[in-house]
Design a protein around this ligand. Structure first.
Ligand code: GAF
Length: 378
């Protein structure tokens, strides 16, 4: 049954439209987004699909294919977080209305293929598909970057997770066959062609199936530590520390942990620039070692890896990957590995064997193909 048919069965009558918004993989630029830095995600083919019908009576009815039962019914003027999946949808309606946009209600049915808890932005996909649908149905005329900002606000203020802007912008703004080079300070964007198949390459996603939650404190602690570093160095954000000035900046910091956080952010911004330079020069295979260096920095300086992610990265590298690193918020979720297409099977089998030997749940491994951002399907 399609999402539109499921909507009809639930609510009676057809939806006004059907929209989709993808999850993402981040190629490089981790935890730089709340430091006004650079990121480079691309959209996955996995999407949250929403069949939506506008209403004007102040009522929001929400249903997900993953949650059996009747739709949840909420009043727009009484929205409060409930700790469930509906917060990501209701939070967007709240953020739109809080910003003064006229949203009068909606019936919503969601079906998502974005793996949850895998660090692939299933929640941003939910937010962005809601924002795009409501914006179009209520004729709000908002730009994609404005939708991303509103979705980030929903996540920060309504859901209560202190995330940056990368995931929502990736879901809203990515395009097929490209990675998105995003300057998170002003949301300036460049679409970078990233057609790996044409070069005989694949980027494997290795979902360790270890779950994490952003709101569990560690993410917020890293963010607070970065802000402490920026304040101690007298800059607006760590983005303002040039790579060339890193050693001098580190000398001015007393706290060893803050020093490590600062070093990760400054070197990570440099790695994003390096990847752009290499991709622009057509040296795609040469980004491999830069990705691997990024993993070491996240593991040793930012300290957000975990044994499962390290095992995925080490195994991918020892079985032939050109580069590998964890991707996303950390503490579980997914790693990525750049591989020759001809060695994708070998790497996948090596991962399965290593996880079996370590007594871990099998990872879910699949090639990530750069896909379209949010769009209307019907
Ligand atoms: C999570 C957050 F939601 C993003 O904003 C970003 O900080 C990422 O972790 C780490 O790069 O996905």
């Amino acid at each position: 049954m399609s999402a539109a048919e499921a909507f009809e069965a639930l609510y009676g009558g057809a939806p006004d439209g059907v929209w989709a918004a993808p999850g993402r993989v981040n190629l490089i630029g981790e935890h730089t987004d709340y430091n006004d830095g650079f990121v480079m995600p691309f959209a996955l083919p996995h999407t949250a699909v929403a069949a939506v019908r506008r209403r004007d009576d102040g009522v929001l009815r929400l249903h997900s294919a993953d949650v059996p039962g009747a739709p949840v019914e909420l009043r727009l003027d009484e929205l409060t977080p409930s700790g469930s999946w509906t917060d990501y949808v209701a939070g967007v309606a709240w953020a739109l209305r809080d910003a003064g946009h006229a949203v009068g209600g909606a019936d919503v049915h969601i079906e998502s293929t974005v793996p949850t808890g895998a660090g692939l932005s299933s929640s941003a996909a939910l937010e962005v598909v809601t924002a795009l649908a409501l914006s179009e149905l209520c004729e709000l005329g908002l730009h994609r970057w404005q939708l991303a900002r509103l979705c980030q606000r929903a996540e920060n203020v309504f859901v209560g997770a202190p995330t940056g802007i990368m995931d929502q912008t990736a879901s809203a703004c990515c395009t097929d066959g490209h990675a998105l080079f995003l300057d998170t300070r002003d949301l300036a964007q460049q679409q970078i062609p990233f057609d790996l198949a044409a070069l005989g390459l694949q980027l494997l996603v290795v979902d360790t199936q270890v779950k994490h939650a952003h709101s569990d404190g560690e993410y917020g602690k890293r963010r607070a530590g970065c802000e402490e570093g920026a304040a101690a160095l007298g800059v607006t954000a760590l983005r303002d520390i040039a790579y060339e000035d890193l050693d001098a900046a580190l000398d001015r910091l007393d706290d060893a942990e803050v020093r490590r956080l600062v070093r990760h952010i400054v070197t990570e911004n440099r790695r994003v620039e390096r990847v752009i330079e290499l991709l622009s020069a057509g040296e795609v295979r040469a980004i491999g070692p830069v990705l691997t260096e990024g993993h070491a920095s996240l593991r040793d300086d930012f300290r957000i890896s975990c044994p499962e992610l390290d095992l995925a990265v080490d195994t991918a590298l020892s079985s032939g990957a050109l580069g590998a690193r964890m991707t996303g918020g950390g503490f579980g979720g997914s790693a990525i590995a750049l591989v020759e297409s001809s060695s994708a099977d070998t790497v996948t089998k090596a991962l399965a064997a290593a996880f079996t030997e370590a007594g871990l749940t099998q990872p879910r491994v699949f090639p990530a193909v750069p896909s379209s951002g949010a769009r209307r399907l019907a």
